[in-house]
Design a binder for this molecule. Structure first.
Ligand SMILES: [Zn+2]
Length: 220
C-alpha cells in the first residue's frame, strides 16, 4: 500500500531497489522465512558531509497469532510497531513535501523480522546499500504510540550512553509541551531489545558478528 508513495518520495538504494529481500531460519518458529526490508534514501547536499548517512529506522512486523486472551488470539501491533512505522513514513513524507535538503544523507529503513530476533536490522547492517563505514548515527522508532504510562506528550529514549541525543533533545523541548523523561535507569536494558543494537554494532565494527549473549538470548 505504501510502496507507490515511497517510490515518489525517495530514491531507493543505489541499485534502484526499495525492497531488500532476505531469508532467515528461526529456532522459535521452526522454519525458514522469506522476508524483506524497505529502504529509501534522501541524498545529502553538504559536500563535506553527504557521504555520511543517518539511519532512521522502525520495524513493521509484530507477533501475529499467539495464545488467546479472552478468546482473542490476534496480537494487534498498533503500539509495536505500527506507530513507529507511521512515524518513519510521516518523516519521509514531511521531508519530501517541504523539499528538505539534509546536509548528510538519510537512509530510511523500515525493517522486518524484529520480533523473531532483529533479523531485518541485522541483515541490513551486514548488507548496507551505502558504504557501511560512513554510517553516522541511527534514530530508531520503537513504540512511539505508547504513552499511557508516561502521560501525554512525554516520551523516553534508550541508548543514552551511546550518544548525546538526549542532551540535544532537552534543548529543543525546553518550554514546549513535549518532555523527554529521564529514564536512564531503564535505557540500557531496553536498548538491547530493538533494532538500534544492530546499527550500534556498526560503530563497534561488529555488524557481521552476533555473539553478545545479551543479544542472542533474545532469539528463542
Ligand atoms: Zn517492537
Amino acid at each position: 500500500m505504501v510502496l507507490p508513495r515511497w517510490k515518489k518520495l525517495l530514491t531507493g538504494s543505489p541499485d534502484g531497489k526499495l525492497l531488500q529481500p532476505y531469508t532467515f531460519n528461526s529456532r522459535r518458529g521452526g522454519g525458514t522465512y522469506n522476508e524483506r526490508n524497505v529502504v529509501g534514501i534522501i541524498e545529502g547536499t553538504d559536500p563535506g558531509k553527504k557521504d555520511e548517512f543517518i539511519i532512521i529506522s522502525a520495524h513493521f512486523d509484530h507477533v501475529g497469532i499467539r495464545k488467546a486472551v479472552e478468546g482473542d488470539s490476534i496480537y494487534n501491533g498498533a503500539d509495536d510497531n505500527a506507530a513507529g512505522t507511521c512515524t518513519l513514513l510521516g518523516l519521509a513524507q514531511t521531508f519530501h513535501e517541504n523539499n528538505y535538503q539534509p546536509g548528510r544523507t538519510i537512509l530510511f529503513a523500515s525493517v522486518s523480522g524484529e520480533e523473531m530476533g532483529l533479523h531485518g536490522s541485522r541483515h541490513l547492517a551486514s548488507n548496507m546499500p551505502l558504504p557501511v563505514e560512513n554510517a553516522y548515527s541511527n534514530v530508531n522508532f520503537e513504540m512511539t504510540g505508547h504513552s499511557e504510562d508516561l502521560g501525554r506528550g512525554n516520551y523516553f529514549m534508550t541508548g543514552c550512553s551511546f550518544s548525546n541525543l538526549d542532551d540535544v533533545i532537552q534543548e529543543f523541548t525546553e518550554g514546549k509541551s513535549q518532555n523527554l523523561i529521564d529514564t536512564v535507569a531503564m535505557s540500557d536494558r531496553l536498548f538491547y531489545m530493538s533494532d538500534n543494537i544492530a546499527f550500534a554494532r556498526i560503530e563497534r565494527e561488529e555488524a557481521i558478528v552476533w555473539t553478545d549473549p545479551k543479544f542472542t538470548s533474545l532469539e528463542n
